[in-house]
Write a protein that binds this ligand. Structure first.
Ligand SMILES: [Zn+2]
Ligand SMILES: [Zn+2]
Length: 266
């Protein structure tokens, strides 16, 4: 059986100030790459944003919707309307819920971006076993809380804390990741295979093969996302990601329309 390249359900635009291109440029790149479906998942805006330089503003949300509509109307490929919404305990649910209610979104990625893992490098003095353990506990606690809000459809880059190449030991992960996955399964969410990790210090997809096995045991569906911050990133390493999914036992992937999930063959 030969199937097409999976939909790319994680992409950004110039509106977040740390990416380039407009939705129509990503749609064009998908066509060139042989990808039939993408989702625009720009970072959700926040009021009183603590990091205004890396996200669109509330006022720009209307522009985002217009730009996605333009890509949809181009007929280049199927373009879904999504957002990547941070889970931040201090900035949470009322605001996110209000934005999610403001448009007919197809899918919402839930992400935990904050944590000390951005600045750790392998071998740096901060990266003691105790520090890594505490960091991992906090991160997966946040991911659990994210799932428990019931606001999101798909977990983005589930094990992002390995981003720079500092890995928590397997024995620790075996203790703290399965309970977080139980929360994801209870929330009936999917988890993406995010291929940006191949280009980071981690050098592998988010999540790892081990976590994919634990996900498979819980019947947690998968999507694929390049986390494109440039049109040239669309579909990056998707062949590797499909192999990884199959290795973990997956034969299906999830697609979304208006926040309803359907499984299709991988
Ligand atoms: Zn981004
Ligand atoms: Zn992200």
């Amino acid at each position: 059986m030969r199937t097409s390249i999976p939909a790319d359900y994680h992409s950004h635009t110039h509106l977040c100030r740390h990416a380039g291109g407009r939705p129509i440029d990503y749609a064009q790149a998908a066509v060139v790459r042989g990808i039939q479906e993408i989702a625009c998942t720009e970072h959700i805006p926040f009021p009183n944003d603590p990091f205004p330089a890396i996200r669109m503003t509330m006022a720009e949300l209307a522009t985002y919707f217009d730009d996605v509509r333009e890509a949809q109307d181009s007929g280049l490929c199927t373009v879904l309307l999504g957002l990547e919404a941070d889970y931040q305990p201090t900035l949470v649910t009322g605001h996110i819920q209000a934005i999610l209610d403001s448009a007919d979104f197809d899918l919402i990625l839930g992400a935990v971006h904050s944590g000390p893992f951005w600045d750790l490098t392998p071998g740096c003095p901060t990266a003691t076993p105790e520090f890594i353990e505490q960091m991992a506990h906090t991160y997966y606690q946040r991911m659990t809380e994210l799932a428990q809000t019931g606001l999101y459809d798909i977990c983005a880059h589930f094990d992002l804390l390995k981003r720079t190449g500092v890995f928590a030991p397997e024995s620790l992960l075996a203790k703290i990741v399965p309970p977080a996955l139980d929360a994801v399964a209870a929330a009936d969410m999917a988890i993406e295979i995010n291929t940006s990790g191949y280009d980071h210090g981690a050098g592998e997809a988010y999540p790892s093969l081990q976590i994919l096995h634990w996900m498979r045991e819980r019947d947690i569906p998968i999507t694929f996302g390049s986390d494109a911050h440039s049109p040239s990133d669309v579909g990056r390493y998707f062949e590797d990601a499909v192999k990884l999914a199959r290795e973990a036992g997956y034969t299906q992937r999830a697609i979304y329309r208006r926040r309803r999930r359907t499984l299709v063959p991988l």
